[in-house]
Design a protein around this ligand. Structure first.
Ligand code: HAM
Length: 417
């Protein structure tokens, strides 16, 4: 039988490599919970209509969704992102606002797998509902920034833009479309064919022909209504006040259609340009209502765990994560001591492991070394008979000392400092 392998675009994170993941997730929880965001968990799959509102003209919905009809004849999709699910949950549970939630987990997009781009990837996310205050945009943007800083990511640039709202965007859209129609022949194949569907997508196109045309295209920032302009000014003022460095990028539109006003992205400068977004987000004041809920302004962000790890790796600041074991019990007196001692030592709060299968002292010491434990607790027949145990420092070497069984925990603690 052919060896079973994971599907392209997915990956395993084996225990030896998962320490940094734990740090990346725990640090996020710490940063956002300190700002009042509570953990929310939603299912990894939903009725496909939940995700349709991301935008019919977006690649995420049009080309990349993993969808299927289940045995109960429901049209299901694996979530390609979290915002739509969080909005669905918000509408369903009707929490009092302001409502601030954080979440995370696997997302699924049928993209071309490459470095930093996977078909199953992982996001960390916050969403805040019930306030149109631009200071909340600032809070969300600054939390993402503070988080990346806390992890040690320094090669990152914050880009912000305003996409206008229902009042000023339609006129801008028309202006942009008129301009692009004059240059239709110069656009990339895809956008030449689909221009009318959503001209804003062209601003986001990474292909050279579109980029050249877009250079002189009208900018939403120059065509904001007074309210959107005031909102954006307050966001800039807030970022300055909190000393969060940023650049205004008038071409930043993001790949999802639900944004209004503020949009932003954390661009990793140490990564390849096509996959350089460590995360991004924005305001989506119309989405809750569009999905059948009450008119509720909202803003949020998502960061890609894989991208963050790549950025940390590029900067050589990948956190090692998990603390090493304190002790490893080596028992060549039958195994009962290993069984009982590991349980006792773990109950006392120490991090302890052991070998199984009655292996030779040599094999057990090898396992102890490989485990990374600081100390070995050694029980041979002589020690067992005398009610004693040996303690050996595996890191500094040195002689094995013998202590009475009842003094063991204290002795280990003393040695571990
Ligand atoms: P997004 O820009 O589609 O936004 O995704 C956020 C982040 O997820 C990206 O910046 C990137 O780090 C990561 N990401 C996206 N696709 C992949 C992939 N195929 N492989 C690896 N990483 C990937 C959203 O998802 C919005 N829901 C963000 C948001 C929250 N807006 C408001 N609230």
């Amino acid at each position: 039988m052919a060896e079973l392998r994971n599907i392209p675009g997915t990956f395993d994170v084996v225990p030896a490599e998962s320490g940094p993941w734990e740090v990346v997730v725990a640090t996020f929880a710490q940063v956002v919970e300190a700002a009042g965001y509570g953990l929310l968990l939603t299912p990894t799959f939903e009725d496909i209509s939940v995700f349709k509102r991301i935008g019919d003209s977006t690649d995420v919905v049009r080309k990349e969704m993993y969808d299927f009809v289940d045995k109960g004849n429901r049209h299901i999709a694996l979530r390609p992102e979290l915002t739509a699910s969080v909005v669905r949950a918000f509408i369903q549970h009707r929490p009092a606002t302001p409502w601030k939630a954080w979440t995370g987990g696997s997302q699924f997009r049928y993209e071309k797998p490459q470095a930093g781009r996977f078909r199953e990837f992982h996001q960390l996310d916050i969403e805040a509902f019930g306030s149109a205050d631009p200071d909340l945009d600032v809070e969300v943007i600054a939390l993402g920034w503070e988080y990346l800083r806390a992890l040690g990511v320094t090669q990152v640039e914050l880009l912000v833009n305003s996409l206008g709202d229902g009042k000023c965007r339609p006129a801008y859209r028309q202006l942009l479309l008129d301009y692009l129609l004059q240059h239709r022949g110069e656009l990339c194949d895809e956008h030449r064919a689909r221009l009318e569907e959503n001209p804003l997508r062209v601003l986001d196109c990474k292909k050279a022909p579109c980029r050249a045309v877009v250079e002189d295209a009208p900018r939403q920032l120059d065509h904001l209504c007074d309210e959107c302009a005031a909102h954006f000014a307050r966001v800039e003022e807030g970022l300055l006040a909190l000393a969060v460095p940023y650049s205004v990028d008038p071409l930043l539109v993001r790949g999802l259609d639900y944004y209004t006003r503020t949009a932003f992205e954390y661009a990793g400068r140490g990564l390849e340009s096509a996959q350089n977004a460590l995360g991004g987000g924005g305001r989506y004041d119309g989405l809750v209502e569009a999905m059948g809920g009450p008119d509720t302004p909202a803003v949020g962000l998502a960061l890609g765990i894989e991208r963050i790890l790549l950025a940390l790796e590029a900067e050589n600041t990948l956190p090692s994560g998990r603390a090493a074991l304190d002790a490893f019990v080596v028992d060549f007196a039958g195994g009962a001591n290993a069984r009982d001692l590991t349980a006792r030592l773990r109950a006392s709060g120490l991090r302890v492991d052991r070998a199984f299968d009655g292996r030779s002292p040599k094999a057990q010491f090898k396992a102890a070394d490989r485990s990374g434990a600081r100390l070995a607790v050694v029980v041979g027949p002589d020690e067992a008979a005398a009610g004693k145990v040996g303690v050996k420092d595996l890191k500094s070497g040195g002689d094995q000392l013998t202590v009475a069984m009842e003094d063991l925990v204290e002795e280990l603690r003393r040695r571990l400092g």
